[in-house]
Design a protein around this ligand. Structure first.
Ligand code: SF4
Length: 511
């Protein structure tokens, strides 16, 4: 019987079958976040979390837990001989506040009814029947929800600007083109709770009087694409998308656009160009997207995590949302924590949580008992933070003050053995490869910076090269056309600032 539970890839398949009459069901879900310990199996309603489950373990789980209600302790998280039975008690989860990720790992992402059973589409019903578009925009503005894609621009202000545009056609676009190395927050949301994104976008459509939505998702995320397609189809079938939603008179539908994996297509104007069928290259601004975005029409552009926050705000109110995290950056933020840390995975914490809490309390500290050295935050556009920043609250403004940015939320942790010059070279190589070539400072400047970094890594650089790196960084960031170029030098600038000694150790004229 156990063999029937397992498909050829070794994954448990959806089994509502015979088990239903026993009151037992097995379902596949989205990501629980504790990637280091996967594959994970959660037993409800006890909330037991079984880690690193193998096919051979299934028989014991069925016999002991499902039939006899006993925990299989050897599959549970242990620390100093303490066994953590319930998922919420495990240190990795204890300090988290999972709001946007609450359904990920909990519901079957391909089930419309499970989403609804968790309160899904209630917010959509509320805005359609109890609120005017202007009130919805105001509610998002009052909540101070700031765009989770990196810039931190207030979403409500953006929505208001689109609402006031006098145009028959307006669009709602969702940026799911998550391309930072080490980032997988949006992917997990799309895979684990696609209806949350659809509901958020549809509310944005109503609030701004837009009728068409596009989700731009990279083709390298096939499971996200598949689950979004299923969710859109189901939402249409149940009257949550399409003509005259819930007989409210409001019509809105969503299309999926697959990107081909160019990092620059995460930039708003390049993304809209790509949806239009053009080459994904950034455009000169102004005009801004809110005035002339997709096909030159007013467009609301937010990322996946931003839209996923919207139903929560509508259901619970702006005051509730503002009560989480600091006043200027309320709410939570999902981070993908990777690198030399014990518990890699996907986490969600209130804004303002410190790096120390994230890396040591949730992430379980540095692997193999090594010392913490630095963390790269915000991907290639971000910067690196060091030990002196461990008590820095993670929010938009605090990070900006030290020259870093949350970006989309990637955190790559590095230990004492990491060569920071090599880290800078890695990110510069990534950015250089992804430069679209439209403007000279980025196209040529990143190439020259990469050449110099390679020279230094190979022990052939000089102290003059460090000055040249700084000069180039300054020129590129002040003259490049788009955000990719403007921030391309950030990893070099921050490693030069905090680890100059390491650069000096690599150069030939050390003194
Ligand atoms: Fe393209 Fe770089 Fe210029 Fe942006 S800054 S438009 S990525 S060349």
């Amino acid at each position: 019987r156990i063999k029937e539970l397992i498909n050829e890839k070794g994954l448990l398949v959806d089994l509502e079958l015979d088990y239903e009459k026993e009151g037992i069901g097995v379902k596949k879900s989205g990501c629980h976040g504790f990637c280091e310990m996967g594959p994970l199996v959660r037993i409800e309603p006890e909330n037991y979390l079984y880690l690193r489950v193998q096919i051979e373990d299934c028989e014991e789980i069925v016999n002991k837990t499902l039939i006899n209600n006993e925990a299989v302790e050897r599959l549970m998280y242990t620390d100093d001989d303490k066994v953590y039975k319930a998922q919420e008690d495990i240190p990795f989860y204890r300090k988290q506040t999972r709001m946007v990720l609450k359904n990920c790992g909990s519901i079957n992402a391909e089930s419309f009814s499970e989403y609804v059973a968790k309160g899904g589409y209630k917010a959509l019903g509320k805005v359609l029947f109890e609120m005017q578009p202007q009130e919805v925009c105001q509610s998002i503005l009052d909540s101070n929800l700031r765009g989770r894609g990196g810039g931190g621009y207030p979403s409500g202000a953006k929505w208001k600007q689109v609402l006031k545009q006098d145009s028959e056609v307006k669009y709602v676009v969702c940026n799911g083109d998550e391309g930072d190395p080490g980032a997988f927050m949006d992917r997990s949301i799309m895979e684990g709770d696609p209806h949350g994104v659809i509901e958020g976008m549809t509310i944005a459509g109503y609030a701004t009087k837009s009728t068409i939505g596009y989700i731009y998702v990279r083709a390298e995320y096939p499971l996200a694409v598949e689950r979004l397609k299923i969710a859109i189809e189901d939402a249409r079938k149940h009257g949550m998308l399409g003509e005259n939603i819930l007989s409210s008179g409001f019509s809105f539908d969503i299309n999926i656009n697959m990107g081909a994996g160019a990092f620059v297509c995460g930039e708003g104007s390049a993304l809209t160009a790509s949806i239009e069928g053009e080459r994904g290259m950034p455009r000169v601004k102004p005009p801004r997207t809110v005035e002339k975005g997709l096909w030159e029409k007013p467009t609301v552009l937010n990322n996946v995590e931003t839209y996923a926050n919207v139903p929560l705000i509508i259901n619970n109110g702006s005051e509730w949302y503002k009560s989480i995290g600091p006043e200027n950056s309320p709410g939570t933020k999902a981070f993908a924590i990777t690198g030399n840390v014990n518990h890699t995975g996907l986490i969600e914490v209130p804004m303002g949580t410190t790096l120390r809490e994230v890396i040591f309390d949730i992430g379980g500290g540095i692997k193999n008992g090594k010392k913490f050295k630095a963390v790269q935050i915000g991907g290639p556009s971000g910067g690196c933070l060091t030990e002196e920043h461990l008590d820095l609250p993670l929010d938009f403004d605090s990070l900006k003050r030290v020259g870093a940015m949350i970006g989309s939320g990637g955190l790559v942790v590095m230990d004492e053995d990491t060569c920071m010059v090599e880290v800078a070279r890695f990110f510069m190589n990534f950015t250089q490869n992804e430069s679209c070539g439209k403007c000279v400072p980025c196209r040529e400047g990143t190439k020259r910076m990469l050449e110099i970094l390679e020279k230094i890594v190979n022990g052939k650089g000089s102290k003059e090269d460090l000055d040249l790196l700084e000069e180039l960084a300054d020129t590129i960031s002040s003259t490049a056309l788009c955000g990719l170029g403007k921030s391309a030098a950030s990893p070099v600038v921050s490693t030069l600032k905090y680890f100059r000694d390491e650069y000096l150790e690599h150069v030939v004229d050390k003194k």
